[in-house]
Design a protein around this ligand. Sequence first.
Ligand code: NAD
Length: 260
Amino acid sequence: FLKGKTALITGSTSGIGAGYAKALAAEGASVMVNGFGDAEEIESLRQELEALSGAKAAYSDADMTKPEEIRQMCSDCAEQLGTVDILINNAGIQFVAPVDEFPEDKWNAIMDIIMNSAFHATKAVVPGMKDKGWGRIINTGSMHSKVASPFKSAYNAAKHGLDGFGKTVALEVATHGITVNTISPGYTWTPLVEGQIPNTMEVRGLTREQVINDVLLAPQPTKEFVQIEQIAALAIFLCKDEARSITGSNISIDGGWTAQ
Ligand code: NAD
């Protein structure tokens, strides 16, 4: 149902972002992916997206800490695939430290990549969406856009800020056929998470099951990781016409984390 539409997803060379890209391509959208990584792997993801969609897929290596590169990415997308109909602000990094020891460069990088990049990309694509009278902007939040955990001051501040930004834009564009929502996943099964398990087993002297249930999933009531495909399916729903009244929302998909 997205044939003829163009989607731009920041931070989509791996994990949740790549999941959004595949789901959107499978619905026929042209997709521009963005992020860092191995050039061959990125090219094979791009080819996979073209095979899924039967439409074009493109890649931008824009660094989300650089406003000029973000604007360039948006105009490259318009030139190569078409003006952006669906923007997913998804790029993110994490850094964990007590606030009085938090490195300033890490604070700034997290704010730039998670929150400020969403401003620059949204600002660049909203005029085109208004012209068409249709648009979908989705921000990847987190349970940490609603509640906090210690030692993640920058991440939690950036994700709360991203949610506030999304609500504001939702109000501004509400009469233009454009919706703006935040999807807030709990702990999600990505290669990054999987990679932590063997090391944590060794360091803490625990079994794989103990690491998963008692360490990683301790605050996630379902004791199950959220799956990338579940998050992507929610994004697809938000792109449907039936979802046009859902705007300014922050939708949890967190196994009950924020119900506590
Ligand atoms: P990931 O590390 O697999 O993906 C992050 C993506 O961002 C990668 O493509 C990376 O190249 C890109 N990126 C990083 N810095 C960048 C920069 N400066 N410019 C451009 N791209 C950059 O992580 P993920 O788990 O898929 O996370 C995706 C989003 O989901 C993030 O916003 C994260 O905060 C959020 N999230 C993840 C979880 C989880 O448990 N994995 C839970 C809640 C929210």
